[in-house]
Design a protein around this ligand. Structure first.
Ligand code: HEM
Length: 411
């Protein structure tokens, strides 16, 4: 998700920065800009702006020279076209998302071991406890910000999963806030500082385990440190990169997903009632995926072309930066006749919320488990979740989607 020099370089699973992070090309060869990823139209209503771009200019270049693909067909083709569209977009080590070819395959196999159905079943009671405790602390009746609830839940659930001390909660909450502000500032020194702070947190946890040797806690972090790839142990940088990927960006994604899901349910009392009446986990998960398809807060990932390619009739040169806009692809009317129509079963095969191809999200089972357990806990603790008429919702701004604040009322 990188190539841009700011936060996404440092935090691999974080969103790519939209817009001209670097100066446009030389005056002799100016880039003809089709759109401004941070312009007023996008800031006003990002989802509507992407919808409009998809029909007006489906392969659009911004002033930095980066291309954005908006259609379902182009995004899918690029995500599956691993030979022409490389993931090596960053000068930083990004395991596994910045890797290509056999190296990616080897690390990917390692990562997938941590998200098997057996692992998720074993983790479920732990996540359930986290969700029940957190929801139990909310006042009913009372107001909430669904994004804030999602942030705290994400931090607690991820630390419980990784075996990190609960005492880190406030540090991580603060870090999420600072990371968000640094991304917005587009100030390289701030984003570097925030990224280094996160690395220091992770390294303190790996140091403790290394010093403890055989006495290290039996948890996911220790297991990762003892894992092997291609018959060798992982380097420190590789371990830190994987852990950074599992936490740095995902905490934010989980918070945004929670905001979108709870807001949608507040707006759709019938769907809420259906979920309250008791549906299977399978049906519940399909509903979550469909809500996120309609308003996908995980906007884009990056690629870099390895050779000249033609996409949607436009010529991309070798070495061009490309963004796959999942939010737009997930609302392409050529695939989803009415993008806002809710059809969890019919739309599931085309849903791109978790990507597609070799880099498809390996953390999907964990993300889905966490979202389902938290949503079920919120429904169980209330009679109704409803919009808050006194406090306006605020949309997040690019490069991420969803809501910055999602005020709701619990009854
Ligand atoms: C919260 C909701 C989440 C969403 C919407 C999401 C979405 C995605 C998407 C779209 C990709 C594809 C990236 C690409 O093609 O370049 C991806 C990759 C990835 N995700 Fe997630 N993700 C989520 C949560 C998680 C979680 C909880 C984890 C792990 C703890 C995780 C770990 C990863 C990793 C390691 C990759 C890179 C895989 C590779 O390059 O092979 N994600 N995610």
């Amino acid at each position: 998700m990188t190539g841009h020099p700011l936060t996404d370089d440092a935090i691999p699973h974080a969103p790519p920065l939209a817009g001209p992070a670097t100066a446009p090309g030389p005056a002799t060869d100016p880039v003809r800009s089709d759109w401004n990823p941070r312009g007023p139209q996008v800031r006003r209503n990002p989802v509507a702006a992407y919808d409009e771009l998809r029909s007006r200019c489906p392969v659009a270049r911004d002033a930095s020279g980066a291309w954005t693909l908006f259609t379902h067909a182009d995004v899918t083709a690029a995500a599956l076209g691993h030979e022409s569209f490389s993931n090596a977009v960053s000068r930083h080590l990004q395991v596994p998302n910045g890797l290509d070819g056999p190296t990616h395959t080897a690390f990917r196999a390692l990562v997938e071991r941590f998200f098997t159905p057996e692992r998720m079943s074993a983790l479920e009671p732990v996540v359930q406890r986290v969700a029940t405790d957190l929801v139990g602390q909310l006042e009913v009746p009372g107001p909430i910000d669904a994004v804030a609830v999602g942030s705290r839940f994400a931090v607690r659930a991820q630390t419980a999963w990784l075996g990190w001390p609960a005492g880190l909660e406030e540090d991580l909450m603060q870090w999420m806030q600072d990371n968000h502000a640094a991304t917005r500032s587009r100030d390289r020194s701030r984003t570097t500082e925030v990224a280094q702070r996160f690395d220091a947190i992770i390294r303190s946890l790996t140091d403790v385990r290394r010093e403890a040797g055989d006495g290290a806690p039996d948890d996911v972090t220790t297991e990762l440190m003892r894992a092997q790839v291609d018959g060798r142990e992982l380097s420190d940088d590789e371990i830190v990169s994987i852990l950074r990927n599992w936490t740095g960006g995902d905490l934010g994604s989980m918070a945004l997903c929670t905001g979108v899901v709870l807001t949608y349910l507040a707006d759709q009392p019938e769907l809420q009632a259906r979920l309250r009446s008791g549906v299977s986990d399978r049906e519940f998960d399909a509903i979550l995926d469909e809500i996120l398809r309609i308003d996908d807060p995980f906007v884009a990932n990056r690629r870099i072309t390895t050779e000249p390619v033609t996409v949607g009739g436009r010529e991309l040169a070798a070495g061009d930066r490309v963004l796959l806009n999942w939010t737009a692809a997930n609302r392409d009317p050529r695939i989803f006749a009415d993008p806002d129509a809710f059809d969890p079963v019919g739309n599931a095969p085309y849903n791109l919320v978790y990507g597609i191809g070799k880099h498809v999200c390996p953390g999907r089972p964990l993300a889905t488990l966490e979202l389902r357990v938290l949503t079920r806990a919120a429904l169980a603790a209330t009679a109704v979740i409803e919009p808050d008429p006194d406090r306006p919702r605020e949309r997040e701004l690019p490069p991420v989607g969803g809501f910055a604040t999602a005020p709701l009322r619990l009854r």
